[in-house]
Design a protein around this ligand. Structure first.
Ligand SMILES: [Zn+2]
Ligand SMILES: [Zn+2]
Length: 178
């Protein structure tokens, strides 16, 4: 949503409520299962203008170890001072991106501000459980759902392990077809 701040900038209005549904753009590694209900307001206190937005963001991400889907909830509480576009240099804005949002022709791109906030807040790495055992490196089975029948490292005959290592190390060695 693009918020028109005209009434606030002209001093006709001190409180502009925000209440809408936002569909987040897709982000790498995270799926957003439903639209966000965004609430908040633009407030003007003697010329000091702020934007505050709140939203609960349910998401699904893959466990970093076993790739199982993990559901999570991100609570967004976004508060920024509103700066007119002419008041700050690009450099100042980049340094203070977590304090200010900037108007463009008297308007605020709320969707962009919120999407950036979600992108910065979404956990980079999620686990289905703190002690997730991940996937079997041999067959790819998810170990938390039951052990597979692959031999563990300790069970492999050390002489065979050496041989396997040699075969892996030599790129010219063709593995005989079985
Ligand atoms: Zn896992
Ligand atoms: Zn296995």
């Amino acid at each position: 949503m693009i918020l028109d701040l005209g009434p606030v900038l002209r001093g006709e209005c001190k409180h502009l409520p925000v209440d809408y549904q936002l569909t987040l753009p897709p982000m790498e590694g995270v799926e957003f299962v439903e639209d966000l209900h965004v609430t908040g307001a633009v407030d003007d206190q003697g010329g000091y203008r702020t934007l505050s937005l709140q939203a609960d963001v349910p998401y699904v991400a893959a466990c970093a170890r076993c790739l199982a889907p993990v559901r999570g909830m991100l609570k967004i509480d976004f508060r920024r001072a509103i700066a007119p576009e002419s008041s700050m240099t690009q450099e100042q804005l980049e340094e203070n991106f977590d304090e200010y949002v900037v108007t463009e022709n008297g308007k605020l791109d709320v969707d962009r501000a919120l999407s950036e906030e979600v992108l910065l807040s979404v956990p980079y790495r999620v686990l289905c459980s703190p002690d997730c055992r991940g996937l079997c490196p041999r067959c790819g089975k998810r170990l938390d759902s039951g052990l597979c029948h692959c031999p563990t490292e300790a069970e492999i005959d050390p002489r065979l392990a050496v041989l396997a290592q040699l075969l892996e190390d030599d790129p010219d060695e063709e593995t005989p077809a079985t």
